[in-house]
Design a protein around this ligand. Structure first.
Ligand SMILES: CC(C)(COP(=O)(O)OP(=O)(O)OC[C@H]1O[C@@H](n2cnc3c(N)ncnc32)[C@H](O)[C@@H]1OP(=O)(O)O)[C@@H](O)C(=O)NCCC(=O)NCCS
Length: 182
């Protein structure tokens, strides 16, 4: 699977991505609000890459995780993922990660814009959703910049380690994306 943005090649993971993938998964700034904890085991990274490297089309109910390669250098700078909901073939959830050395350079916005074009225009999603920790300012600012609407604020709803954290849920409709892209 290949998608292009001006600066990025969005592609399947390959075995040679492992070291760069482990490097940003083991960065505590990157992991702070994510579902994994540091240290992130090498075996888990290798298993994830092995699972993702030959997936060429989305399967309902399963996450498809894509590598983000910087065209200029060939470096792996992050990944993004989507999952078409089990109970609705026209709704998808997205997730995204950029290595900290590349933060605040517009890469998440650029990658996700292309993913949203793919989801809404190529495979006709009706609605795309995302959620994040309320303290993950970079995440919700990125979502709002892309046009996502904050639809819920769940208070102390998610147990991370020993602490309950709060979450924002965001949604974006196909017609809203089209109106924004016009
Ligand atoms: C969230 C994340 C993907 C943002 O990536 P990024 O490439 O830095 O985002 P962009 O450069 O496209 O920035 C988009 C907007 O968010 C803002 N932003 C990004 N990070 C920010 C931060 N830490 N604090 C405040 N604003 C931030 C940018 O300034 C930009 O807004 P602007 O154009 O109005 O200035 C990145 O910080 C990351 O990978 N974090 C760790 C993993 C994670 O938490 N993923 C989200 C899980 S829900």
């Amino acid at each position: 699977m290949y998608l292009h943005t001006p600066r990025l090649l969005v592609r399947n993971f390959t075995a040679s991505d492992l070291e760069a993938f482990l490097a940003y998964r083991n960065d505590s700034a990157v992991a702070k609000y994510q579902s994994w904890s540091v240290p992130y085991p090498r075996e888990m990274g290798a298993a994830l890459i092995a699972e993702m490297k030959d997936v060429h089309a989305p399967k309902q109910g399963e996450w498809l995780q894509l590598a983000l390669e910087l065209k200029e250098t060939g470096a792996l700078i992050g990944d993004m993922a989507f999952c078409i909901k089990d109970d609705d073939v026209r709704q998808a959830v997205i997730g995204f990660t950029i290595a900290s050395a590349y933060w605040k350079k517009g890469f998440a916005t650029e990658a996700l814009s292309t993913l949203l074009d793919y989801l809404f225009e190529d495979i006709d999603m009706h609605r795309v959703t995302a959620d994040c920790d309320t303290e993950n300012v970079g995440s919700w600012k990125t979502l709002e910049k892309l046009g996502f609407r904050r639809e819920a604020h769940f208070v102390e709803s998610l147990l991370i380690g020993k602490e309950y954290t709060s979450e924002y849920h965001y949604g974006l409709l196909q017609r809203e994306w089209r109106a924004k892209s016009r």
